[in-house]
Write a protein that binds this ligand. Structure first.
Ligand SMILES: C[S@@+](CC[C@H](N)C(=O)[O-])C[C@H]1O[C@@H](n2cnc3c(N)ncnc32)[C@H](O)[C@@H]1O
Length: 217
């Protein structure tokens, strides 16, 4: 009896590990090659398929340079660099920044990325990059506040961390050509419009809208 209990527990543990691996592979297809994802970032990283779609849109819009203002473990940063876009990556959490650098190495794009440790709303990294502001997109995937964001039918964009208005102020004052934010699909569209949003892309994966990208001048 004791043996069979342990056996069940072992199987459940293996099932959980298998589920985590399947999820991690959706975030990074090279997960099995040593990609690092910490527990918090498991719920925050942009899925690779979607990150690649965003990078393609940026290329189509003619952007040569992107500053990724909240780079996390590198989901978007790696996709931009893999699409030949010169990328600068900013992150204030040191553990996440190290994971971002490590993961970029696994994807073979670390040499093409400039990494900065700091708070994007206080630190003007654009000058340091040498990128031409007129050809640079400011991209940001801020924190949505964990899985609880799903409970709100309409997501208040001032709950983002950093807040949307703070990010917009930073991007406009710094002189980027445009800025683009990766946001919950339930984002308040009126709030986006009030803040001057010019375009919204619905990001679909497997027939389901995962999130939106909101563009601003
Ligand atoms: C949603 S995650 C980004 C995920 C990333 N796009 C990826 O695919 O891995 C948000 C990240 O922004 C960072 N962050 C939040 N506020 C920041 C700030 N003011 N400056 C720089 N990084 C910030 C957090 O530490 C977190 O790693």
């Amino acid at each position: 009896m004791q043996y069979s209990n342990n056996f069940v527990r072992l199987n459940l543990h293996n099932q959980f590990e298998a589920m985590q691996r399947t999820k991690a592979l959706r975030l990074f297809s090279k997960y099995d090659e040593g990609v690092r994802i910490n527990k918090t970032m498991m719920y925050s990283i942009t899925k690779e398929v979607i990150a690649n779609k965003i990078a393609e849109i940026c290329k189509q819009k003619g952007y040569k340079y992107v500053v990724d203002g909240c780079s996390g473990a590198g989901g978007n940063t790696i996709a931009f660099a893999s699409h030949g876009i010169q990328t600068a990556s900013v992150e204030y959490n040191q553990e996440n920044l190290y994971d971002c650098i490590h993961n970029s190495e696994i994807y073979g794009v670390n040499e093409d990325i400039q990494f900065f440790h700091g708070d994007i709303t206080y630190f003007d990294c654009l000058k340091e990059t040498g990128f031409d502001p007129a050809q640079t997109l400011f991209f940001c995937s801020p924190e949505w506040g964990g899985p609880n964001y799903i409970q709100n039918t309409v997501f208040d964009l001032e709950q983002l961390q950093p807040r949307l208005t703070k990010l917009l102020k930073y991007a406009r004052e710094t002189g980027y050509a445009e800025s683009c934010y990766y946001l919950p699909r339930s984002s308040d569209l009126e709030q986006l419009e009030r803040n001057g949003c010019t375009e919204v892309n619905y990001m679909f994966q497997a027939g389901r809208c995962d999130a939106i990208c909101a563009w601003f001048n």
